[in-house]
Design a protein around this ligand. Structure first.
Ligand code: SAM
Length: 330
């Protein structure tokens, strides 16, 4: 089959799939304290439906699948889905993004099911500040989850995702950089994006990757840039003495849209061609109304042809995405 290509010539190789919009955290940069209106059970794609779509996408050359949410580990029987996806021909890279709070229980079943890579979100190593940002007293559970993940050498690399918020993250950086040095974790700082459900994001709240790099270099000396895949969202660096790796995902200060190879599937079966899309393409309805594989493939190709050239966060008159991060699947 012809590869999946958008109108700007970018080939789509990666899909992020949200398996639930529910989350057991309430991170201030993501969700309101009281949560959101959750999707009903019937609205959410079944494992069979997700699996069928991944099978079709893999046939179109999409070889990277990342499961996310909401919090993916709150979806019942998630290892079963991992097992179904790991068996699909053409899925080369199957990974998961989680807040880690249930990982101490689920790391083993997930690895047994075929998971090979994991990203754990962690914004602070201080109990008080962790609770301040997530609105949950769960740092110890997340650290336990990470320790458990570490027990499985097949689950590598373990990446830590830290959302960088101005006025909060600066003081967290030294401890997080140390974590990258004393543990087999790649610590990545992600710029705060206007995807918070509260719509409180302001440009001034963005702590740019360059600013964090300067804080780390102040302490550890110059970082050495490592090669990264062209489609990589992160710039990778190692410490000068060779111990530890950090990364910077800078969608606001250094947008990487020109090499974007991603699409997203929401928990309720909507295909999104950009995090900042205002439009979604309904796959669930045709899927449930008996569409053939060929019809679904046509729909996917049509949607991808309309993939946005770039997000417009830095443009005057920027209009926010039609849903917030946890509803899309980060
Ligand atoms: N619950 C899982 C987790 O915590 O990793 C997966 C879903 S979460 C929405 C995915 C990632 O998006 C997390 O690393 C989270 O910190 C990040 N995120 C949420 N809101 C964000 C925002 N407004 N800007 C940048 N990253 C954000």
């Amino acid at each position: 089959m012809d590869p999946l290509r958008d109108s700007w010539g970018r080939e789509i190789k990666s899909v992020r799939i949200s398996v639930t919009d529910k989350c057991n955290f309430r991170c201030t940069y993501c969700m309101p304290a009281e949560g959101l209106q959750w999707l009903g059970r019937q609205e959410i794609l079944s494992f069979e439906e997700i699996s069928r779509l991944v099978d079709l996408l893999a046939g179109l050359g999409v070889d990277e699948v990342r499961l996310t949410g909401g919090e993916p580990l709150v979806r019942r029987d998630l290892p079963l889905l991992v097992k179904m996806l790991a068996r699909i021909d053409g899925v080369r890279d199957l990974s998961l993004t989680t807040n880690g709070v249930l990982l101490d229980r689920l790391a083993k079943p997930l690895v047994d099911a075929g998971l090979r890579r994991i990203n754990v979100s962690l914004d602070s190593l201080s109990h008080v500040r962790f609770a301040e940002i997530t609105r949950r007293d769960a740092l110890d559970a997340v650290l336990r989850g990470l320790e458990e993940a570490e027990r499985f050498p097949e689950l590598r690399p373990i990446k830590i995702n830290c959302v960088a918020v101005k006025g909060f993250t600066e003081t967290e950086v030294p401890a997080l950089a140390e974590l990258a040095r004393r543990k087999p974790y790649v610590v990545r700082f992600i710029e705060f994006m206007p995807l918070d459900a509260d719509e409180a994001w302001r440009e001034d709240d963005v702590l740019a990757g360059g600013e964090i790099r300067a804080i780390i270099e102040d302490q550890h000396g110059p970082l050495v840039e490592l090669p990264a895949k062209a489609s990589s969202t992160a710039r990778r660096f190692r410490f000068a003495d060779g111990i530890g790796e950090v990364g910077f995902v800078n969608p606001v200060s250094e947008p990487f849209c020109s090499s974007c190879d991603r699409i997203r599937l929401t928990a309720d079966g909507q295909l999104r061609t950009c995090l900042f899309s205002r439009k979604e393409w309904d796959l669930k309805t045709p899927l449930r109304e008996g569409a053939t594989d060929a019809e679904l493939v046509d729909l996917i190709r049509f949607a991808v042809r309309h993939k946005e050239l770039k997000h417009r966060i830095n443009d005057p008159g920027f209009v926010r995405a039609s849903r917030s991060m946890s509803q899309i699947g980060g």
